[in-house]
Structures are given as structure tokens and as C-alpha cells.
Design a protein around this ligand. Structure first.
Ligand SMILES: CC(C)(COP(=O)(O)OP(=O)(O)OC[C@H]1O[C@@H](n2cnc3c(N)ncnc32)[C@H](O)[C@@H]1OP(=O)(O)O)[C@@H](O)C(=O)NCCC(=O)NCCS
Length: 219
């Protein structure tokens, strides 16, 4: 992953932005509105709704990890950047040359293709800019909505991980492991999502449209 990271990724309807403390109030509102949908799959949701000050602490930590080339958690915003529609993450725990993708979408915007669009954009950037070899998605057994997202994006179900401890500290659970390899990516829907990626100072890193199966890295 030699390229500088994409701090901002733009799609037709969305802006994916490296989390920053300024976004804490938007995060607080979106998480509070989505608590019931998040609760079965994310143990941290049980503590919500929490005050903005707690979201401020968390977003500072997310920003720090992003800057240190650790986990990249993006806030997903509408084009006017007035509302947080969800979050999408590239986590390092998948190992060298790989990333695990995580995501959630605000209940106020579920069922509109937001997960598909934000995940596709980050998949395209990860394979084409970062040169990823494999991407994983772990889905709690029974989370059919999330499994649908993974399948729709061309991921293959490798199997069920049984009673593994949850990375968020929750009780052990069975988890479906999906993956997409670099060799499979060009045929996946993500390879056709229009996307623009910018580095930390706003320089264009990568731009690709629906018709090119391989974008060009500009720097
Ligand atoms: C899972 C989640 C991210 C889906 O977000 P979304 O923006 O509504 O998803 P999309 O609109 O892009 O839909 C993608 C596909 O999933 C399917 N899907 C969405 N919600 C579904 C549901 N509740 N049950 C079954 N399929 C569902 C859609 O039908 C669509 O497939 P299609 O185009 O073939 O019809 C969202 O429901 C969510 O955040 N859930 C709670 C948190 C969570 O589970 N995160 C994932 C942890 S692994």
C-alpha cells in the first residue's frame, strides 16, 4: 500500500470522508436514530445514545488511527455534508496485503442502495489505488441484509467461523466469512462505480467512471 491514503472519496450521491471530530454531532444523531438496527450486530450500540462529547472522543481516536495508517474509518455523508448516512471501514486485522471491510447505514436511509454505493467506492479505491490482494467481510450469522450486500458486491462465502470472540468485545458468535480477491475484482460491480479519490490536501489521487474497468492512479 505505497500510495498515500484517500482521505475523501466521492461517488454520485455520497462523500466518504476520513472521520474527524467536527463530525461528532452528525455521528451522534445518526447512531441514535439507528440504535435498534445496530444493536444485534454491534455490541457498542448498547451504550447509545451517548452524548456528543463521547462521540467527540471516539472520532478523535478514529482520526488518529487513520493518520497512522491503521484502521481507516470513513464517515459517509450526503453531497452537502449536512447528514451522516453511515460509516464504512477498512480494517487492518485481515492481515498483510488484505483489509476487512465493515459498514453500517443509518436507519433513516436504509434500503436506498447506500451500503452498495459506499462499499463499492471503497472497494474500487482499495484494489486500484492501494493494490489490495484480498478483501474480507465478516457477517454475523443471520444478518441477511449484510450478507446480501456482500453477495451483491461479488464476494464469495468461504465458510462459517464458529464462536470466535468479537473484535468489539461482545460475546463470541458464529460469523460468515466472505472474501473478494484481486483477481475477482475486475468482474465485480465495484469495478464500475464512478469514483473520485483525494489525498489529505485535496489532490486528486484517482478518478474512474462506469465504463473503465481500470482507473488511473494520477500521482
Ligand atoms: C446491512 C446494511 C448495511 C444494508 O444497508 P442498505 O443501504 O440498506 O443496503 P442496500 O440498500 O445497498 O442494499 C443492498 C442489498 O441488500 C439487500 N437488503 C437490504 N436490507 C435487507 C434486509 N433487511 N433483508 C434482506 N436483504 C436486504 C437489498 O435488497 C439489496 O439487494 P438487491 O439490490 O439485490 O435488492 C444496513 O441494513 C445496516 O446498517 N444494518 C445494521 C448494521 C449491520 O448489520 N452492519 C453490517 C455488519 S456486518
Amino acid at each position: 500500500m505505497a500510495q498515500p491514503p484517500a482521505y475523501v472519496v466521492r461517488t454520485e450521491r455520497l462523500v466518504l470522508r476520513c472521520h474527524t471530530p467536527e463530525l461528532a454531532p452528525l455521528r451522534q444523531a445518526a447512531v441514535a436514530a439507528s440504535r435498534d438496527a445496530l444493536l444485534p450486530w454491534f455490541s457498542w450500540a448498547k451504550d447509545e445514545p451517548r452524548p456528543v462529547s463521547e462521540h467527540l472522543k471516539l472520532t478523535r481516536s478514529l482520526r488518529g488511527k487513520f493518520d497512522l495508517d491503521q484502521d481507516r474509518i470513513y464517515a459517509v455523508l450526503d453531497l452537502n455534508e449536512k447528514e451522516l448516512l453511515g460509516e464504512v471501514a477498512l480494517l487492518t486485522r485481515a492481515g498483510e496485503g488484505a483489509r476487512e471491510m465493515g459498514y453500517w447505514v443509518s436507519s433513516l436511509h436504509a434500503g436506498k442502495g447506500v451500503a452498495t454505493e459506499m462499499a463499492s467506492a471503497l472497494i474500487r479505491v482499495a484494489f486500484e489505488v492501494d493494490g489490495l490482494k484480498r478483501m474480507d467481510i465478516q457477517v454475523g450469522v443471520g444478518n441477511d441484509a449484510s450478507a446480501s450486500v456482500a453477495r451483491k458486491l461479488g464476494f464469495t462465502l468461504e465458510g462459517t467461523l464458529r464462536q470466535r470472540p468479537r473484535p468489539d468485545g461482545g460475546p463470541p458468535e458464529d460469523t460468515w466469512l466472505f472474501s473478494l480477491l484481486a483477481s475477482e475484482y475486475p468482474a465485480s460491480p465495484a469495478a464500475r462505480v464512478p469514483v473520485k479519490a483525494h489525498d489529505i490536501v485535496g489532490e486528486l489521487l484517482f478518478e474512474a467512471d462506469a465504463h473503465r474497468t481500470s482507473g488511473s492512479v494520477l500521482v
